[in-house]
Ligand binder design. Structure first.
Ligand SMILES: [Zn+2]
Length: 409
């Protein structure tokens, strides 16, 4: 009897181990077969630090960097959008020029990093480039411009950014600019949506083949863009407001309109957009204090701003946050899929810009998202759509429209 009992136990152990192994294998196979793209990281700022080497793997530490080429490979991430981000300052000619210089510097440093490590990565300018570079076993690095501030009111700048390789523009950031109202401007709406200049920017982006990114823009700006755009749009890094009530997230009404437009929302994994923060912690209070000071960043000198960023990084080391999990983030995907179907959701982490979860803290851990999707019975086909298929479809639509305009023109 004893022998039978033991062999039965052994057999069930073997079965459970092998089913466990097959789950891991299944996840890895789906993840590695898919074309995976993260549509928003702020890594170009790291490239400005001459001590940062993107070609070597950095072990993740609290307050440390989230993205480098070896960790992208480890996490099975094929494509990425590096954001050339400029913070919104007072809209003076001098500040606009300074923002242009900063954006140029970030774009140049992205090209320089890819040229220097051309065996690991390449700058991608099209959908075709993205798939080709992936097949060559390298990382495809696309460029996005986060905040249209450097455009100022000069429509020719839009084409200049296209020629520099920029393939999406996030129309604004945390404050209103000359293009549109932001979802988080402390003074509220200025244009009640797009400005009259913004109404010229949208068709110009359509004609050139630049994706319109509606993350950060106000709800009214969002609906103005949808009315005007001839192509589907993206939200490069946003979540669902019904799951987490944050103005940076999209309401159900917006998600339905986005789906009707054929566009895609790229789920962000920044903690406050994923789950409402616990307001009773010291970490929350400290962050609130610093955020209040950051609101004046537009008026700060470069040195003051750098000091503030240093304090921000240090604060997260001294008072680590209890971050949400991949399961919390995938709740947003579930909500969006239930509301508008599988065709309109993707992933844009905001790594190196505040993004990161307890169990997906850096780019090497991205397979955990696939694991959660498999656990929730998403099919391989669905997972491929989420990881890149949906975004690349929109990108292709935007390219096709621009080509048709060129032929017609
Ligand atoms: Zn952002």
């Amino acid at each position: 009897m004893k022998k039978v009992y033991f062999s039965g136990l052994f057999l069930s152990l073997v079965i459970s181990l092998s089913s466990c192994e097959s789950m891991e294998q299944k996840v890895a196979k789906i993840h590695n077969d898919a074309f995976t793209i993260d549509t928003h990281v702020d890594t170009p700022y790291q490239l400005l630090d001459k001590d940062f080497d993107i070609s070597i793997s950095h072990p993740f530490a609290n307050g440390g960097t989230c993205v480098d080429f070896p960790r992208m490979k480890e996490g099975g991430l094929d494509g990425i959008f590096f954001a050339a981000f400029t913070s919104q300052r007072e809209r003076t000619d001098e500040n606009i020029l300074a923002a242009r210089c900063k954006a140029n510097e970030l774009i140049d440093s992205t090209y320089a990093a890819c040229h220097k490590h051309s065996n690991l990565a390449e700058v991608a300018l099209s959908v075709e480039d993205g798939y080709r570079i992936e097949k060559e076993g390298k990382r495809a690095v696309f460029i996005g411009l986060e905040n249209g501030f450097p455009i100022g009111k000069d429509i020719l700048e839009v084409e200049r950014y296209f020629n520099l390789g920029v393939r999406y523009i996030t129309l604004c950031h945390t404050s209103n600019n000359d293009i549109c109202d932001s979802s988080t401007d402390k003074n509220g709406a200025e244009f009640n949506g797009l400005s009259s200049f913004g109404e010229k920017v949208v068709p110009e982006m359509n004609d050139l083949g630049i994706l319109i990114d509606v993350s950060h823009i106000s709800d009214s700006s969002f609906f103005d863009v949808l009315k005007l755009s001839k192509t589907p749009v993206i939200a490069s890094h946003s979540c669902a407001r019904a799951v987490c009530n944050n103005p940076r997230n999209l309401t159900d009404e917006m998600l339905k309109a986005l789906a009707k437009n054929g566009g895609v929302i790229q789920m962000c994994i920044l903690d406050d957009y994923v789950k409402a923060p616990d307001t009773t912690t010291i970490a929350y209070r400290k962050e609130l204090e610093l955020r209040a000071r950051y609101r004046n960043a537009g008026k700060m000198s470069k040195e003051e701003e750098e000091k503030l960023w240093g304090e921000w990084r240090q604060m997260h080391i001294d008072y680590p946050k209890d971050k949400p999990t991949v399961a919390d983030a995938v709740d947003h995907i579930d909500h969006i899929v239930n509301l508008v179907g599988i065709e309109h959701v993707g992933i844009g982490t905001d790594f190196d810009g505040g993004g990161g979860l307890k169990d997906c803290a850096d780019v090497s851990q991205m397979m955990n998202i696939t694991k959660e999707l498999v656990k929730r019975n998403y099919s391989e086909e669905d997972i491929c759509k989420i990881w890149g298929g949906n975004f690349m479809r929109v990108f292709k639509d935007v390219e096709t429209y621009a080509k048709s305009k060129k032929i017609a023109g």
